[in-house]
Design a protein around this ligand. Structure first.
Ligand SMILES: [Zn+2]
Length: 226
């Protein structure tokens, strides 16, 4: 039996590591979907079911979704027929218990001859000060939403959006030094234990996440082999 390409992929990395961007690029190249827990929750919350109301309540209160519910919602999505060819999990599993349940459940599901279990975990590695620089320097055109950065991607002419000529820009309220440091701390205490778990299973590949987006995505292309 021929070994298929890796198509059941977990993308891990600290906040600001670029995992969302790289997940989206990889998903497009492989012709599969990328999922983050946030997207799924927002999708579920739009519904009218009892579960939808439960999720909406949690989001409104700013509470984390319990592990069991998080995994159940994610699996429901992944096991839809349109995702049979693969998936990319952007920042999920977020905690070790989620990883264990997901593994157990997906490994028992098959699509043709292949099981649906995670077969590659990419860890985008970036130093903390890099993440801090990257996040607190970013701003966005108020009109068209184009993203810029004080250090890495200035507008061509100062104070004017390259795309639409707008002169107003916005920043996310939570892109502050304190918030970023606190998110990094949470990543280390809550999410980092997932890393050795996948390493022991022989699934983990580390990627240097510093540098331009296309340089990082080229490294990922070589690992995934598309
Ligand atoms: Zn603009």
């Amino acid at each position: 039996m021929q070994t298929p390409l890796k198509r059941h992929i977990v993308m891990m990395g600290a906040p600001g590591s670029g995992k969302g961007t790289q997940s989206a690029i990889l998903a497009e190249k492989l012709g599969i979907n990328a999922f983050s827990m946030g997207d799924i929750l927002r999708g579920v919350a739009k519904g009218t079911s009892k579960e939808a109301q439960e999720v909406k309540k949690l989001i409104d209160k700013g509470n984390m979704v319990p592990n069991k519910l998080a995994v159940r919602l994610m699996e429901k999505e992944l096991l839809k027929p349109e995702n049979a060819a693969g998936y990319i999990l952007d920042g999920f599993p977020r905690e070790l218990p989620q990883a264990k349940v997901l593994d157990k459940d997906l490994a028992s599901r098959k699509y043709r001859d292949y099981n649906m279990g995670v077969d590659l975990v990419l860890l985008l590695q970036v130093p903390d000060d890099y993440v801090i620089d990257r996040i607190i320097g970013r701003f966005q055109c108020a009109k068209c939403g184009t993203l810029y950065h004080e250090k890495f991607k200035q507008t061509s002419s100062f104070g004017i959006c390259d795309e639409c000529g707008c002169k107003e820009f916005t920043r996310r309220a939570d892109d502050t030094y304190e918030t970023v440091v606190s998110r990094l701390r949470t990543f280390r205490s809550v999410t980092a234990p997932v890393i050795p778990y996948y390493e022991q299973k022989g699934l983990l590949v580390c990627v240097d996440g510093t540098g331009p987006i296309d340089v990082v995505s080229e490294k990922i292309r070589k690992i995934v082999g598309y």
